[in-house]
Write a protein that binds this ligand. Structure first.
Ligand code: HEC
Ligand code: HEC
Length: 148
């Protein structure tokens, strides 16, 4: 494509884009520039669980599901390179003392007490609960193997 054709095309595209926003034809769904950081939600809902030790586990809805976190995680959800606050109760050295469920066997380096790096960021799979309205209706019922 020669240079003048490219320039005419670019000008036409710019005019089209300008026309759309100018006359309200196209807008972002979030109402913000896509390159801008997402706005924080107006308020954070309180966790439905209280401090660890007071809850029953939440029933799992399918096999291989990461169990949901039944307790609140205020003040101890920090996971950094140096420390992992979940491990202070769920780690192999602490779970008995803290009377907490021990982390999944699949999370440990074979034969060691260390958590594998793909399981280090606990809250990417285990999520605490809030009483939030579902964003969309759904008919999910779960699927657990039948007990024999
Ligand atoms: C102060 C100790 C403590 C800390 C810190 C802690 N937990 Fe727990 N956790 C517990 C106890 C105790 C239970 C048993 C249920 C209860 O009493 O709330 C539990 C239950 C759970 C369960 C449910 C297990 C199952 O089989 O259903 C998950 C998942 C979990 N915690 C994940 C986490 C994650 C992720 C973190 C870090 C953000 C964390 N916990 C931090 C003590 C703790
Ligand atoms: C990649 C997803 C993933 C990550 C990351 C992860 N888990 Fe899990 N977790 C699971 C799944 C799936 C299960 C259930 C099956 C199993 O034991 O592997 C589970 C089970 C558990 C259980 C219940 C164990 C049992 O025997 O019932 C605890 C407690 C737990 N995880 C804690 C943790 C903690 C603490 C961390 C961070 C150090 C963590 N998990 C990181 C997926 C994950």
């Amino acid at each position: 494509m020669n240079r003048s054709v490219t320039m005419i095309l670019a000008a036409a595209l710019a005019a089209a884009a300008f026309g759309c926003t100018q006359f309200g034809g196209v807008a972002t769904l979030r109402g913000a520039d896509t390159a801008a950081a997402d706005k924080a939600p107006a308020e954070q809902l309180a966790y439905t669980g209280k401090k660890p030790g007071l809850q029953k586990p939440i029933a799992r809805t399918f096999s291989t599901q990461p169990p949901l976190v039944p307790h609140a995680v205020d003040n101890f959800d920090e996971i950094t390179v140096e420390s992992n606050q979940c491990m202070e109760c769920h780690g192999m050295d602490s779970y008995q003392k803290k009377n907490a469920p021990k982390l999944g066997d699949s999370h440990l380096d074979a034969g060691k007490k260390l958590v594998t790096m793909d399981r280090y960021q606990c809250n990417s799979c285990h999520v605490p609960q809030v009483d939030a309205k579902p964003l969309v209706d759904n008919t999910f019922v779960g699927h657990l193997p039948q007990k024999q």
